[in-house]
Write a protein that binds this ligand. Sequence first.
Ligand SMILES: Nc1ncnc2c1ncn2[C@@H]1O[C@H](COP(=O)(O)OP(=O)(O)OP(=O)(O)O)[C@@H](O)[C@H]1O
Ligand SMILES: Nc1ccn([C@@H]2O[C@H](COP(=O)(O)O)[C@@H](O)[C@H]2O)c(=O)n1
Length: 232
Amino acid sequence: MSLSSSAETGAAPVTIAIDGPAGSGKSSVSKQVARELGYGYLDTGAAYRALAWHALAQDADTADPGAVLAAAAEFRYAISLDPDDYWVRVGETDVTDAIREPRVSDAVSGVARVPAVRAQVTELFRALVAESGLPGVVVEGRDITTVVAPDAPARILLTAAAEVRAARRSAELTSHDAAAVAEALHRRDAADSTVVDFLTAADGVTVVDSTHLDFAQTVAAVLDVVAAGNIH
Ligand SMILES: Nc1ncnc2c1ncn2[C@@H]1O[C@H](COP(=O)(O)OP(=O)(O)OP(=O)(O)O)[C@@H](O)[C@H]1O
Ligand SMILES: Nc1ccn([C@@H]2O[C@H](COP(=O)(O)O)[C@@H](O)[C@H]2O)c(=O)n1
């Protein structure tokens, strides 16, 4: 990745904040937007997934906040911000693929609902951006526009109709039953939305609805919002 460093200019990195429900295209669209802007890309869901993976590896009960907090105390986490070289590690273990397994997706909402865990990873996300040395970072998740970076110069809620999101996710997981994939996605959205409201746009947040847009059109729509923010 060829990126000029904000460390060279002394400026804090620009944050582009993107929220949305499961399967709305946050990771794939954010990665491409980051490439086009020459920015870094931060997948915040990966931290919650990696912590769920770590808790499961310790046979912890991810529905028990005390057990989750104990796992979080021993959590050594690292993530790449390079959209062309994405990896996630817990300690020395590369968990990039493992954190996408359905058993982790099923456990992650339990981990993400623990307030002390949210506070810990929110600080981690802010530090990763601030210390990135990059001109900007596209940060995506559920609470980026409202909690992690409420002052970001561009804040977007990326969404799509529930059946479209389920169909896109099921097209990725071809070896899994489509109805089961859709059911798991909706169950996770329902659990997550009790903790963070990522279905309605907060004040100043622009909605990009990709229900009738293809991938390239969605990326262009997000770039339009960024351009309208007149970010330097
Ligand atoms: N506008 C679009 N048109 C068609 N396919 C799309 C579009 N946006 C995203 N996709 C595809 O939808 C799938 C889900 O996207 P992605 O994994 O980026 O969603 P996500 O919001 O990050 O999901 P999750 O929160 O579950 O990680 C991917 O296969 C992606 O390529
Ligand atoms: N800002 C965030 C990001 C994610 N979560 C939780 O992590 C789960 C996995 O996220 P993906 O984006 O990888 O699907 C998600 O289901 C949430 O439980 C979060 O709470 N806040």
